[in-house]
Design a protein around this ligand. Structure first.
Ligand code: 5RP
Length: 285
């Protein structure tokens, strides 16, 4: 691995503990103004100090993040589909590597849809992106999206993660599942987990993050369970404690409650986003 690629990778997964907290705010690329992300700038700004990296599209980066921020950017470069379109798996590469370099991206992210109608196309997308990443020294994060008809189990997720790593992904994102350690074991690059759809209680999301780290995940790429919480700052601080401070779910929930209380008592502006739109369900959740 070349120096530049290693250097960029170290900004996403810290070499101090081989872990990372990635804040995912890329959902609008196919979901539009989804619940909690209607105004990306408002959602993103207060959370930045607590994330190691930020995953988003070039449009939201340019319009909604100040260029003087000091946070590594994980740029989503696949897309071309929408929640109301025919098939979410029909993705192409929609942002060039030159554009990613202009935007000072530390990592490039794309989705693969193993077992879908467009499996082949998305895997070829990945192979082309890995070639470019290796050429310019930029690591590739592969998002293993799960088709509606696919079981989100260790067999299927293990298959998707392993294929991503075989094609050359440097980090793989997947979902937590039973026997998750088998997914990690079978994947020779770091595995991070998505939070998935908002869970009813914060403690459940923290338990999910804890279980994933315990079973070998290198961190989280979490979105909705952070910014759809009524207390997103408290939530990201609690997640950070699990990832970097080895807190268990109960300890992290204690941090969450303390932060929530601080926020309430100091009359800080609540970071709750006014819910004006329907919360779309994501087919692969
Ligand atoms: C959407 C994504 C999201 O970034 C990913 O699913 C993480 O977000 P969440 O924790 O809300 O699931 O890749 O395509």
């Amino acid at each position: 691995m070349d120096w530049g690629l290693k250097n960029r990778l170290s900004k996403i997964i810290s070499p101090k503990d081989n872990r990372g907290v990635m804040l995912a705010v890329d959902h609008g690329y196919f979901l539009g103004p989804t619940d909690g992300l209607q105004t990306p700038r408002t959602t993103i700004r207060p959370l930045l100090p607590y994330a190691d990296s930020l995953m988003l599209t070039r449009g939201v980066l340019r319009t909604s993040v100040n260029p003087d921020v000091n946070i590594p950017i994980v740029l989503r470069v696949s897309g071309g589909t929408s929640i109301v379109g025919e098939d979410l798996s029909n993705e192409s590469l929609v942002t060039s590597v030159e554009e990613a370099i202009r935007l000072n991206a530390s990592c490039l992210a794309l989705s693969i849809f193993v077992g879908s109608k467009h499996e082949h196309k998305t895997l070829v997308n990945l192979s082309k992106l890995v070639d470019l990443g290796e050429k310019y020294g930029i690591p590739i994060l592969t998002v293993t999206a799960v088709g509606k008809e696919m079981n989100r189990d260790s067999r299927y997720l293990g298959l998707a993660c392993r294929i991503a790593a075989e094609i050359g992904a440097h980090i793989v994102k997947t979902y937590y599942c039973q026997n998750f350690e088998e997914v990690v074991e079978g994947c020779p690059v770091p595995v991070i987990i998505a939070g998935g759809k908002k869970l009813p209680r914060e403690l459940e999301a923290l338990q999910l993050a804890y279980n994933a780290l315990r079973d070998g995940a290198a961190g989280v790429d979490m979105g909705r369970n952070i910014w759809q919480s009524d207390w997103p700052i408290a939530m990201i601080k609690a997640v950070q404690a699990i990832v970097h401070k080895n807190a268990d779910a109960k300890e992290a929930y204690g941090i969450f409650l303390e932060e929530e209380e601080n926020d309430k008592s100091s009359h800080k502006e609540r970071q709750k986003v006014v819910r004006t739109t329907v919360n779309h369900s994501v087919p692969f959740d």
